[in-house]
Design a protein around this ligand. Sequence first.
Ligand code: ACO
Length: 370
Amino acid sequence: MTVAKGLEGVVALTSKISSIIDGVLTYRGIDIDELADHANFEEVTFLLWNGRLPSRSELDELKKQLGAHAALPESVLSLLKSYPKDIHPMAALRTAVSALALYDPEADDNSLEGNRRKAIHLTAQLPTVVAALYRIRKGLEPVAPRPEYGVAQNFVYMLHGKEPDEVAVKALDKALILHADHELNASTFAARVTTATLSDMYSAVTTAIGTLKGPLHGGANEQVMKMLEEIGSVDRVDEVIRRKLDNKEKIMGFGHRVYKEGDPRAKHLREMSRQLAEQTGDRKWFEISAKIHEVVESMKGLKPNVDFYSASTYHYLGIPRELFTPIFAMSRMTGWTAHILEQYADNRLIRPRAEYVGPVNQSYVPIENR
Ligand code: ACO
């Protein structure tokens, strides 16, 4: 047996959903750069689920479905209100998705139609859960979704309880596109492992949320914002980053298992952060980020990943940092569910081996002789 620690370089399955080839990311063969510049999140959702872009009427129908299913069952809202107020929103989200299954009488319907229906419901409901969690933690009443709004617009509306600003909605929509899928990343792989046992979609998505939560994966964006706040001014960047690197600490938002020449999504988020810095007149967070980027790249040769500039971007959009990873989950829901559908369509149990390196030839010793 040869062990690939962290499964590095292992090709575990075939997929038609997204690809990373020579540092270029595509969704269903379309370059992410084109999608980020021209598409909207609902179009990308259709693309990931169906393998092609929607016609106008198909897009309208998907938007209608997402709008129609965004509201939460009253029992789930009550449950969200009963959570302790100081838990992390990703822990709350994980439990909320698991709870949604309890109120879906067809949660275990694993037919293609059943799973497509669940994919729509989960994609529609997650933003409502995230916004409600935020408001409940702040002692505010959750705001009901508006069926006529798109996903990004509805989320900003439900978060702040007022008509969303167009710039914020456009920026969030683009961020959602950029986070929607990413080949066999850790949370998607985890979702596929659960699916491959023929468990249900809610279980697979709950697995994925638990995996995304970790700071080496989706949790990094929140950690980036903590670091920006800790540094606080551009003139402290050099000293703090050097100290962290000398102490062998990882700089959150840098490095990637697959991209060694840079994450193609990062440039879009950098540009969004720069533009928002100009528009808001608050250049500090972009400037600290750009300086960290310069220092980390020159000292370690590491480039920013999708999480690095998303932190300052979300901050400029008025989104509190504990919601950064839940927003990632809102977007990645489309990729997870696309992969779950693909796994069901051609399933085989995912069960690798481990090389045993523990003691051998041991005997049981009765407790009185130990
Ligand atoms: N800061 C400092 N050093 C780093 C960083 C970093 N962010 N990333 C990698 N390195 C160093 C490691 O210390 C290691 O150095 P060594 O060989 O001297 O020990 C070397 O680069 C290789 O790093 P690994 O951790 O082995 O790389 P791996 O492919 O396993 O991990 C990962 C990739 C987890 C993304 C890593 O780069 C990391 O921890 N980054 C910070 C967390 C982060 O931003 N995660 C988000 C990733 S994108 C996403 O999931 C959405």
